[in-house]
Design a protein around this ligand. Structure first.
Ligand SMILES: Nc1ncnc2c1ncn2[C@@H]1O[C@H](COP(=O)(O)OP(=O)(O)OP(=O)(O)O)[C@@H](O)[C@H]1O
Ligand SMILES: [Mg+2]
Length: 258
């Protein structure tokens, strides 16, 4: 049975999509079968994986709201072992449309549940809010990975995210756990960056991955080519660090089944 992992931080621009796309691609390269699920109306994971947003005729919006069969919406990507359940700008309306739906927090879980037989990993990229779409992502997941940008206000909002996590774990999804904290966009030239890393490690302890993702220009260029970093520039520091991060994720999982 596949594992569902959502990448969540309600703060914008902290590296959620970069992490979701590159984690999905690295897992696929390791031979895992992966479904990347985009529940952000910005649909940045769609373009990041090399699919033209304009070409999306049916999206997860249609599955959530119009009862379209999910099989009709899942797409192949150009990458072996990696499929995509795309988002669309329409999804911004779904937050409102879902409000009147019964068990509105469970909709994504119900959609993904049968797909766990087909994939080793289902990776969910979420929008920068703690709204209903993100709640659906958390209810559908076993693991939560929180990317945190190494900057001065990094921990701002994280307490609220942890509070939301606790509420969902208590009331809607007891199996949810914080799988890990990923430090992103580390820039050693910035004073305080190391201090921020130390503070986050002191706060989250062993939950923080050893791998720190550096600020790397190749990582910011790759999405405009529609390529995960390992296909854009395998030799870049960005590629090395995301591969190392995924190795850590796989290693932790091995440890936890022992
Ligand atoms: N390690 C990095 N080095 C350099 N640029 C990065 C890095 N990680 C992400 N970026 C760039 O920073 C911007 C924000 O990253 P990303 O889109 O992954 O964040 P996000 O949390 O998904 O944003 P949003 O909240 O809008 O969904 C993007 O332009 C991305 O290409
Ligand atoms: Mg994003």
């Amino acid at each position: 049975m596949g594992r569902v992992i959502s990448i969540v931080n309600q703060k914008g621009g902290v590296g959620k999509t970069t992490t979701a796309v590159n984690m999905a691609a690295c897992l696929a390269v390791y031979g895992k079968s992966v479904l990347l699920v985009d529940v952000d109306p910005q649909a940045n994971a769609v373009s990041g994986i090399g699919i033209n947003k304009e070409s999306i005729a049916v999206s997860i919006y249609d599955v959530l709201i119009k009862h379209e069969a999910v099989e009709n919406v899942i797409m192949k990507t150009g990458i072996k072992n990696l499929d995509l359940l795309p988002s669309h700008a329409d999804l911004s309306g779904a937050q409102v449309e879902l409000v009147g739906v019964m068990a509105r927090e469970m909709q994504l879980k119900n959609i993904l549940e049968p797909l766990k037989e087909d994939y080793d990993y289902i990776i969910i990229d979420s929008p920068p809010s703690l709204g209903l779409l993100t709640i659906n992502a958390l209810v559908a997941s076993q693991g939560l990975i929180i990317p945190i940008q190494c900057e001065y206000y990094a921990l701002e909002g994280v307490a609220q995210l942890v509070h939301t996590f606790n509420l969902i774990k208590k009331n809607l999804n007891p199996q949810l756990y914080i799988q890990g904290i990923l430090l992103t966009m580390f820039d050693k030239r910035i004073n305080l960056a190391q201090q921020v890393v130390d503070d986050i490690r002191a706060y989250f302890k062993e939950k923080v991955y050893n791998t720190v993702i550096p600020r790397n220009v190749k990582l910011s260029e790759a999405p405009s080519f529609g390529l995960p970093i390992i296909f854009y520039d395998i030799k870049s520091a960005g590629a090395t660090s995301y591969m190392q991060f995924v190795e850590e994720v796989l290693h932790h999982e091995k440890e936890s089944v022992r």
